[in-house]
Design a protein around this ligand. Structure first.
Ligand SMILES: Cc1cc2nc3c(=O)[nH]c(=O)nc-3n(C[C@H](O)[C@H](O)[C@H](O)COP(=O)(O)OP(=O)(O)OC[C@H]3O[C@@H](n4cnc5c(N)ncnc54)[C@H](O)[C@@H]3O)c2cc1C
Length: 398
C-alpha cells in the first residue's frame, strides 16, 4: 500500500507522521516543508488552545465539525504532538512552544519525518490528479507522475500564497466533481467607508457586527484604527462572517463601544465635570487618545472648548451615543496575501468525520484549511489542521 500526501504544511506533515502505510510519500510544491508555520503567532506559533470547541469556528456543517473535534480526537492529537516533542507554554489558554520559537516546532516535525524515513518530494507542484481503477495518478507541472493507492490532500487555502498555499488544491478537488464553497479572506483587516483622522490609534473596545441590520456577533479587545480600516484580534475574529457577507453583497457594519466598562456615559461625564472644573477636552483627555477624542467631538459637532455642563441634553446624548455605538460601514477586507486564513473551501458535507475521507471518492482524504472550516485567533486553525491530519493519517494502517 502506498500513501501520498500532497501538501507539507501543518496538516500534511501530521498526516504523514501518524500514517502507518508501508510506503509514505510527502509531496510539496515548495523546496521545504512547513513554510507557513514559521509565520504563525508572530513567529511564536500559537499551535493549540485549551478550549477547542465548535463556537470558535465558522463552517458549513457544525454537526460534522463537532464529530471531528470531539474530546477524544482533541486528546489523541494533543498527546501525539506532545510525544513528538512539542513542550507547551500556556498563556491565556493559548499554547505556544516553550521556546517561543515557531522554528522549534518546524524542526521537531521535520526531524520526526526523517526519523520515520518519510520520503519528501519537494518542488513538485501538483496540477492534476485523477484515478485509474483504484489508483491515483498525481501529475506535476513538469509532467512528472506519482502513483498511489491512498491520497491525502493537504494543500491549504489561498491565504498567504507566498508560503505555497495558492488555492491550486481547490482546482484539484474540482476534478473529482466536488464543489468548493466560495473562498474569501478571513482573520484580516476590515476596510471602512468612513475615513477618520485616527491613524494608528489603539483602543480597548467592544465591537458588534451587524449584517443587513441584524446583530450577529460581538468581541472585546484592542482595536487598531487607521484612516480607512480597523484591525486587531477582535476585528479579525469578526472578519470571517463580515467577509462572507460582503461576498454575498450584504450590508455590513460594526458599532464600536469605546468605553465598554462604563454603562452610563452621561452620569460618568457629569461626575467628571464635578471633579475637573474645565472644558470637555480636559474631561476626556486622559480617557481617550487625543486623535480619537477629536474624532468623537468633531463627529458629534461639539466644540472642545465647551464645558460638559453647558451642553444641551441633545448634545450630551449625541456624544454619549458616539462613544458607545460608533458606527462604521464595512466595505471590504484585506487581500488573500495579507489574510491569515480563508473562509469557504471543500464542504464538510463530503467528509466522513471518523477519518476525513471523502464519502464519494474511495481512498481520498482531505485535511486542513482547504476544508470549509476557519477558526478564530488563538491556535484554533493549527489545531484543526493537526486534528484532521492526525485523523486521516492514523486511519491508514496498511
Ligand atoms: C501570518 C499567519 C499567521 C498565522 N498564525 C496562526 C496562529 O498563530 N495560530 C493558528 O492556529 N493559525 C495561524 N495561522 C493559520 C495557520 O497557519 C493555517 O491555518 C495552517 O497552517 C493551515 O495548515 P494546512 O496544512 O491546511 O495548510 P498550509 O500550512 O498552508 O500548507 C499547505 C501546503 O501545501 C502545499 N501546496 C499547496 N498547493 C500545492 C500543490 N498544488 N502542489 C504541491 N504542494 C502544494 C503548500 O506549498 C504548503 O506547503 C496563521 C496564518 C498566517 C498566514
Amino acid at each position: 500500500m502506498k500513501t501520498a500526501i500532497v501538501g507539507a504544511g501543518a496538516s500534511g506533515v501530521i498526516a504523514a507522521l501518524s500514517c502507518k502505510s508501508k510506503e509514505i510519500i510527502l509531496i510539496d510544491g515548495n523546496d521545504k516543508s512547513l513554510k507557513k508555520i514559521l509565520l504563525t503567532g508572530n513567529g511564536r506559533c500559537n499551535y493549540w488552545n485549551e478550549y477547542i470547541d465548535i463556537d470558535k469556528y465558522n463552517t458549513d456543517n457544525y454537526d460534522i465539525l463537532q464529530k471531528i473535534i470531539s474530546k477524544e480526537n482533541i486528546n489523541k492529537t494533543y498527546e501525539f504532538l506532545y510525544k513528538l516533542g512539542i513542550y507547551p507554554k500556556i498563556k491565556n489558554n493559548n499554547y505556544y512552544p516553550y521556546s517561543n520559537q515557531a522554528s522549534s516546532v518546524r524542526q521537531i516535525l521535520e526531524k520526526n519525518l526523517t526519523k520515520k524515513n518519510i520520503k519528501f518530494i519537494n518542488n513538485f507542484k501538483v496540477n492534476n490528479i485523477y484515478k485509474i481503477n483504484d489508483e491515483f495518478i498525481i501529475e506535476s507541472t513538469n509532467n512528472e507522475k506519482i502513483k498511489c493507492d491512498k491520497l491525502i490532500l493537504a494543500t491549504g487555502s489561498k491565504a498567504y500564497p507566498k508560503t505555497g498555499s495558492d488555492g491550486s488544491g481547490y482546482e484539484l478537488l474540482k476534478k473529482f466533481n466536488l464543489k468548493i464553497n466560495p473562498v474569501t479572506p478571513a482573520l484580516t483587516k476590515l476596510f471602512t467607508k468612513e475615513k477618520y483622522l485616527w491613524e494608528n490609534v489603539r483602543s480597548d473596545v467592544n465591537i458588534k457586527l451587524f449584517v443587513n441590520n441584524k446583530f450577529i456577533k460581538e468581541e472585546y479587545g484592542e482595536v487598531q484604527l487607521t484612516m480607512d480600516a480597523i484591525s486587531g484580534i477582535c476585528t479579525f475574529n469578526l472578519s470571517s462572517i463580515a467577509s462572507k457577507s460582503l461576498y454575498l453583497k450584504k450590508n455590513v457594519y460594526v458599532k464600536i463601544d469605546f468605553l465598554p466598562n462604563i454603562p452610563n456615559i452621561i452620569q460618568f461625564l457629569d461626575d467628571r465635570q464635578k471633579i475637573i472644573n474645565g472644558n470637555i477636552e480636559e474631561i476626556l483627555e486622559s480617557i481617550f487618545n487625543y486623535k480619537l477624542m477629536f474624532v468623537l467631538l468633531k463627529y458629534s459637532n461639539i466644540n472642545k472648548e465647551k464645558r460638559w455642563d453647558d451642553l444641551s441634553l441633545i448634545e450630551k446624548n449625541i456624544l454619549s451615543k458616539n462613544i458607545k455605538e460608533f458606527k462604521l460601514n464595512i466595505i471590504g477586507t484585506d487581500t488573500f496575501d495579507k489574510s491569515q486564513v480563508c473562509t469557504g473551501g471543500l464542504s464538510l458535507n463530503y467528509i466522513n468525520p471518523k477519518n476525513m475521507s471523502v464519502n464519494d471518492v474511495n481512498g481520498l482524504y482531505v485535511v486542513g484549511e482547504i476544508l470549509d472550516v476557519d477558526g478564530m485567533c488563538g491556535g484554533f486553525n493549527l489545531a484543526f489542521a493537526f486534528i484532521t491530519g492526525y485523523l486521516a493519517g492514523s486511519d491508514i494502517n496498511d
